[in-house]
Design a protein around this ligand. Structure first.
Ligand code: GUN
Length: 452
């Protein structure tokens, strides 16, 4: 009889497909020493009783449910220091008058430690077990963020940001020159890979050209080559707003997707944030290369000048996950972003200009369900990163949030005969707050717990 490091008994929700959530009612989840789910056992299975008899089983209490940990595909870690501020100006102005001045302060490692420590703890408390981070141009502070993720038990994918074009970036905040930007990125990749050797849940270096407007051709080319040489993840912003999209069109005579592809920046391990202005050809290119979209619905409401046709690209088979895009999105919660993904998709389908007749107001077949939004926050994020995370299934990491519907004095409005398990899922997705997240586990280790 096999022995497991951990055995949990409880009811879990996990995505079976992009459209379907499966309820695993009162299952056993057996986790090995590496923090991977080795067996998932249904109540009727003969192994169920045998495993119960031979292990100390952690039984979830009444009102507690398991969800996979959330995967945030787009977080600007330094911008946590301005979360909730400056959301009333366009992207270009926001970058130059608020964001670059703030990010330039991360040359100060003490300030960086304060912000990063608080952010990683906050994300874990919000159920985010994996995050794909932009840090800043500063190599040392970027490494510090990776170390903080490592120490707090979060699976962090971290990029030292490259912005080397002196024409486009202010003197006080940019890489010294292209050669330095590439040399520091390479050094950063090596240092994070070395750190990763002793980190159970993994930390990963990410090649991170901020976006095409901030980088020279030489930097974009060099970063594509580095990513290929070290086989690491790549992230950037792609066709986010009218301004950013038009800038690339003018510079290269093509869309961001094609230009990024020319520089070797699309592939299985690439995640491109936003992508609001992709056309069919761009989306086909994403699907063909395995490039993922990091969809940031709240941020898009402020900065994108439009709504991502999410359902359309999901149907095409493009990999998509969710991002908070702190601080262009103000909340650290992927619950909030899952809700907004549904809301934005409904507004795209119905349209918003009531001066137009209903049949010309929106884009048909754009809506997504809350089940699909859950998929984006979990399994879709895992697929986007090509990591075995985001599902409660054999061969996946034990990255979970234990939701406690009775916690925090915030009882959900369930009356009469109570909810079915399907209804409870919807309540959790729409009404759950950080107070309801009782415990968070990453790779078989508890990394956050909240008493009543
Ligand atoms: N939302 C967002 N878009 C960007 N484009 C370039 N930099 C940024 C950033 O920090 N946030």
């Amino acid at each position: 009889m096999k022995t497991y490091a951990l055995v949990f008994q409880g009811t879990a929700y996990t995505s079976k497909s992009p459209k379907e959530v499966e309820v695993l009612e009162n299952y056993l989840f057996c986790v090995n020493d590496d923090g991977m789910i080795e067996m998932v056992i249904a109540p009727g299975d003969p192994a169920y009783r045998a495993t119960q008899n031979t292990h100390e089983v952690r039984r979830l209490a009444e009102g507690q449910y398991l969800l996979p940990g959330f995967i945030d595909l787009h977080v600007h870690a330094p911008q946590w220091a301005q979360a909730g501020l400056a959301l009333d100006v366009p992207l270009y102005e926001w970058l130059h008058t608020h964001t670059f001045p703030l990010e330039s302060k991360f040359s100060d490692l003490e300030f960086a430690a304060d912000v990063y420590d608080d952010l990683v703890g906050t994300l874990l408390a919000n159920g985010t077990t994996t995050a794909l981070y932009f840090a800043t141009v500063h190599k040392e502070a970027s490494l510090l963020l990776a170390e903080i993720c490592a120490n707090k038990g979060q699976r962090g994918l971290v990029g030292k940001v490259v912005m080397d074009d002196p024409e486009q970036n202010p003197e006080y905040y940019r890489d010294a020159d292209t050669k330095t930007a590439l040399a520091e990125t390479e050094q950063f990749i090596r240092e994070v890979k070395q750190l990763a050797e002793s980190v159970k849940q993994g930390v990963y270096p990410v090649v991170t050209p901020r976006f095409i407007p901030s980088c020279t051709d030489e930097a974009l080319q060099g970063l594509g080559e580095l990513a290929a040489r070290y086989d690491v993840h790549i992230q950037s912003h792609c066709s986010e707003s009218d301004w950013a999209h038009e800038y690339v069109q003018k510079r290269f005579g093509k869309h961001d997707a094609a230009a990024l592809h020319d520089f070797g920046l699309l592939g299985q391990k690439s995640v491109m944030a936003h992508c609001n202005f992709l056309d069919d050809e761009d989306a086909d290119l994403f699907a063909r290369t395995g490039t993922a979209i990091g969809h940031c619905p709240l941020s898009n409401a402020y900065f994108a000048n439009g709504v991502l046709p999410l359902a359309r690209w999901m149907d095409k088979g493009v990999e998509i996950g969710l991002g908070t895009d702190i601080s262009a999105g103000y909340t650290p919660s992927l619950f909030d972003n899952a809700r907004q993904a549904v809301i934005s998709s409904r507004m795209l389908e119905d349209g918003v200009d009531t001066a137009l007749p209903a049949d010309r107001r929106g884009v048909p077949e754009s809506r997504i369900t809350i089940d699909e939004a859950f998929y984006l926050a979990t399994a879709g994020g895992g697929e986007s990163l090509s990591l075995p995370i985001g599902r409660l299934a054999e061969g996946y990491a034990w990255d979970v949030q234990i939701i406690d519907l009775t916690a925090g004095g915030m009882k959900l409005p369930v009356f009469g005969g109570g909810d079915s398990k399907r209804e409870l899922f919807q309540r959790i997705m729409y009404l759950c707050r950080p107070e309801h997240i009782r415990e968070v586990w990453v790779q078989g280790e508890m990394v956050h717990s909240r008493s009543r």
